[in-house]
Design a protein around this ligand. Structure first.
Ligand SMILES: *Cc1c(COP(=O)(O)O)cnc(C)c1O
Length: 433
């Protein structure tokens, strides 16, 4: 019935998250409300760490992709859990800096970083600027020179792997705005240039083949391609790069029918490929970085809504309108992402209805999902949409001037606000007459 370990039903038949009654949370903090289980998030971090220990002698790190869910509290949790951190903008970098996140564990991504963003990264001493293109490489060299600094970089490579996922979230194939293509020789040329530039220190390579990937084979295939490229670089230039960043993209369960492989088995198989390729090429084992986003926070979060109008259109469908929608979760509108939901105050009852969950925006496409089985639902019920911890709050907007919900973290049976609910004053604060 549930898609996440942190969800259960209590004696009152209410959905609980991290042991806390979700209906009580809705009453205490209001709806719509994002709720995240801190225990589950920390557990997910530990699993990655333990897998690195078990299969790769700890010679690597998981860097949480903060775009999945970024705020000060999560950056602080990642700092405490000894994780690395991916940022893709000045705003995400600023958030990381505001909690004193260790610079050597930050990876700065993006296909169009501004000069200002690059200067901020150099100033903070970001340990890994992941360079996307030649213009950026040259700009970064100039900026580093002007600051009398060395920029530590990885180069983003397109390994040309099709990871069988939705094309909007597939980034490793050749027709992608990200990175240098391997097949065309572009990648090797970029490596040579990076090695030649005086204020650039090329530490290693990066790749990221997509998101919400269930199969392990594309990751194994990618690791093999990248290791062969590392060996080719050594042959061609003499440089033996020390770091290999294999990106993120590990899939999570959104629906009861989905069954992603555990990431322990992913780590086992991929580290085997790394070890074999290194042995074959007589190449020293690189320091491996993985960049999980969704698989750290996705299943640890739910969104609570209050049900408003329930509109039955006979023989067609039943619309259940909630007090949020595409403003707090644009993923169905963007890419028809599917979600599981339940009536939090009737969580022990069978799901006997099929409904379309609609938001409150002036937009027919403002849906959270269609054909979703739920318990008999009425106006005033609390509806919980599951696995919303990733790419919900971070993608939220103020469309229709609807304030963004608060984010509450639960831990050890207690709850606290980590992002306050937006107010109308905040929404209008930058308006001038
Ligand atoms: C989005 C992204 C990730 C995280 O992807 P998930 O699917 O959330 O694990 C990691 N690395 C890069 C470069 C990304 O763009």
């Amino acid at each position: 019935m549930f898609v996440s370990d942190c969800l259960q039903v209590n004696g009152q038949g209410h959905l609980t998250i991290g042991g806390v009654d979700s209906v009580a949370l809705a009453q205490q903090y209001g709806t719509p409300l994002y709720v995240m289980d801190e225990g589950q998030i920390r557990e997910n971090c530990r699993k990655y760490r333990q897998s690195f220990e078990k299969y790769y002698q700890g010679h690597g790190i998981a860097a949480y992709a903060s775009k999945a869910f970024c705020c000060k509290a999560i950056c602080n949790i990642m700092k405490e859990e000894q994780m690395g951190l991916d940022v893709v903008s000045g705003g995400e970098l600023y958030t990381a800096m505001s909690v004193g996140f260790p610079a050597d564990r930050i990876y700065f991504h993006g296909n169009n970083k501004t000069p200002q963003e690059l200067l901020e990264a150099l100033d903070y001493g970001v340990g890994h600027i992941v360079v996307d293109n030649l213009a950026e490489l040259e700009l970064l060299n100039q900026l580093a020179c002007s600051q009398k600094k060395q920029a530590s970089i990885q180069l983003r490579i397109k390994p040309g792997v099709d990871a069988h996922t939705h094309s909007f979230i597939r980034t490793g194939q050749i027709d992608s705005k990200f990175g240098f293509a391997l097949e065309t020789g572009e990648a090797l040329a970029a490596v040579k240039e990076a090695l030649a530039l005086p204020n650039i220190e090329l530490k290693g390579l990066h790749c990221h083949i997509g998101s919400q990937i269930f199969e392990i084979a594309p990751f194994e295939h990618t690791a093999r391609i990248m290791l062969d490229f590392l060996a080719e670089i050594r042959t061609q230039t003499g440089a033996e790069l020390k770091e290999l960043n294999l990106g993120g993209g590990f899939g999570i369960q959104y629906l009861p029918s989905e069954h992603p492989a555990g990431y322990d088995s992913y780590m086992e198989k991929v580290s085997q490929v790394v070890k074999e390729s290194c042995a074959e090429n007589n190449f020293p084992m690189p320091f491996i970085t993985l960049e999980p986003g969704r698989s750290i926070v996705g299943s640890a979060g739910i969104t609570l809504y209050t049900v408003g109008a329930v509109k039955v259109i006979p023989n067609i469908r039943t619309y259940v309108s909630v007090d949020g929608g595409m403003g707090d979760n644009p993923r169905y509108a963007l890419y028809q992402s599917r979600y599981h939901a339940l009536v939090a105050n009737k969580a022990a009852e069978p799901a006997s209805m099929q409904v379309t969950i609609a938001g409150k925006c002036c937009e027919s496409g403002d849906l959270i999902g269609e054909g979703i089985p739920v318990q008999p639902v009425q106006t005033g019920d609390i509806l919980a949409v599951l696995s919303t911890g990733a790419y919900n709050y971070s993608m939220a907007s103020n469309y229709n001037r609807i304030p963004r919900p608060a984010v509450v973290m639960v831990k050890d049976g207690a709850s606290r606000i980590v992002v306050q609910r937006e107010t109308f004053e905040q929404i209008t604060q930058n308006d001038l007459l």
